[in-house]
Design a protein around this ligand. Structure first.
Ligand SMILES: Nc1nc2c(ncn2[C@@H]2O[C@H](COP(=O)(O)OP(=O)(O)O)[C@@H](O)[C@H]2O)c(=O)[nH]1
Ligand SMILES: [Mg+2]
Length: 412
């Protein structure tokens, strides 16, 4: 199996990382376990909501994923989430548990920075009022920057000597230096491409080294901002400030505590709630629903408040959209391996599209095969309609994304 996609949740203490993780992982449906082999306490399974391929063929009622869920063509595909807790200002100097958390980061393919937009916690996570959350975005970026820069500069003299001695290319040398952050050659190459007129490595000054580190961060740590606690009255003005200052950043408004609460109420049959939407139904809305319980005055008021302060104002609690934004940033594409390309079933004939994996844009069909099955010998690859597909063809949304691999019988 190839490496799974990992989304890292970062942010200062008390910004809402654990709450957001809970809101993303405690899906209220009965869902299958996750196919990961490693067990790590900081990891949890989230569900990325996509339009399932079953919609295209009107097979919603026969769609039953092995992992995750599919409801009326809305499919939740498991995705690994990593809680990178404990990042505080000056972590790169080893403050707090700094360096350990920074190195945890390298596992992530992209980051969700949970920002407390209410300004009711300071940089250390202590309760306050009127704190400027813009500062959190700055110091967190700066921590990662200074950590990578520090590591590189410490060795720079010997890096340059070796570079000259071995007549390496800039890409080769940097690949060696940055490989420790789980970056491959392609990523380092992309980072270098972001800097015009790059001189030969032996001529780099501090200014250029800093530019290279910044470019590398853009490629290695693409980041979605979760502007959390948007239910709080102080959040509005802070959110506008952040969006004005960072117009190019992807920012999603969230109220993860509301999502956790609504899912709990739904599990206890007080409401019907569709995550990612603004719709809640109570017994008053659906008097004939036999499952729904009556609400007392207190709960009724809380739900009215949630509708007014969160759902009707922002359209949803934002957490479903948060994962989708991260997936967009990574250009993730859902691919459906099936046994039977004509009816899309798996080993038994009862259900369709039982498997779905997420791959990055630009992935070839053969890379998909390797990710799923490892090093087997493939006789043929078929797409929808039974058409032959080439090994080097690229998968994309709605294109080469439903695949059947025919193996050479003796190879597995
Ligand atoms: N008002 C509000 N409070 C929140 C929200 N999310 C989290 N909190 C509160 O913020 C505090 C810290 O949350 P927690 O998830 O433990 O933060 P962590 O330290 O980053 O993991 C808790 O008291 C949460 O109830 C939110 O969306 N709105
Ligand atoms: Mg926590």
């Amino acid at each position: 199996m190839g490496k799974e996609v990992v989304i890292g949740l970062v942010g200062k203490p008390s910004s809402g990382k654990s709450t957001t993780l809970n809101s993303l992982t405690d899906a209220n449906a009965k869902v299958g376990a996750f196919p990961f082999t490693t067990i790590d306490p900081n990891k949890a399974t989230g569900y990325l909501e996509i339009d399932c391929a079953c919609q295209r063929f009107n097979l919603q009622n026969k769609c039953k994923p092995n992992y995750g869920y599919c409801r009326n063509g809305k499919r939740g595909v498991p995705i690994m989430l990593l809680d990178v807790a404990g990042l505080v200002p000056n972590a790169h100097l080893g403050r707090g548990l700094g360096n350990k958390f920074l190195s945890d980061l390298t596992e992530a393919d992209c980051l969700i920075h949970i920002v407390d937009a209410s300004g009711t916690t300071d940089a250390e996570g202590k309760a306050t009022r009127g704190y400027d959350p813009l500062y959190d975005i700055e110091w967190l970026q700066d921590e990662i920057f200074r950590w990578i820069l520090g590591n590189l500069k410490e060795r720079w003299g010997s890096v340059v000597r070796k570079h000259i001695g071995t007549k390496s290319t800039t890409l080769e040398t940097l690949r060696q230096q940055l490989g420790g952050y789980s970056a491959n050659k392609q990523m380092v190459g992309k980072a270098l491409d972001l800097i015009p007129n790059l001189p030969p490595l032996q001529d780099w000054n501090s200014d250029i080294i800093e530019k290279v580190v910044k470019a590398f961060m853009e490629i290695k740590f693409p980041t979605v901002l979760a502007l959390n606690k948007m239910d709080h009255p102080d959040s509005d003005k802070n959110v506008s400030k952040i969006i004005l200052k960072y117009p190019k950043s992807k920012a999603i408004l969230t109220s993860s505590i509301t999502e956790v609460f609504l899912r709990k109420l739904a599990n206890q049959n007080y409401i019907k709630y569709d995550s990612g939407t603004e719709f809640i139904d109570t017994k008053e809305d659906l008097p004939d629903d036999p499952d729904l319980k009556d609400l007392d005055e207190k709960l009724k008021n809380r739900i009215e408040n949630i509708r007014d302060l969160v759902l009707y104002r922002f359209g949803s609690t934002g957490v479903v959209q948060l994962l989708q934004a991260a997936a967009d940033l990574l250009h993730l594409i859902p691919v459906y391996p099936v046994r039977n390309i004509h009816n899309f079933t798996g080993n038994s004939n009862d259900y369709v599209f039982r498997d779905c994996i997420l791959v990055k844009r630009g992935t070839t069909v053969i890379q998909v095969a390797r990710k799923i099955m490892g090093d087997v010998t493939i006789a043929a690859i078929e797409g929808v309609g039974g058409v032959k597909i080439g090994e080097e063809d690229i998968v994309d949304k709605g294109k080469n994304d439903i695949l059947s691999f025919k193996l050479v019988p003796s190879s597995k």
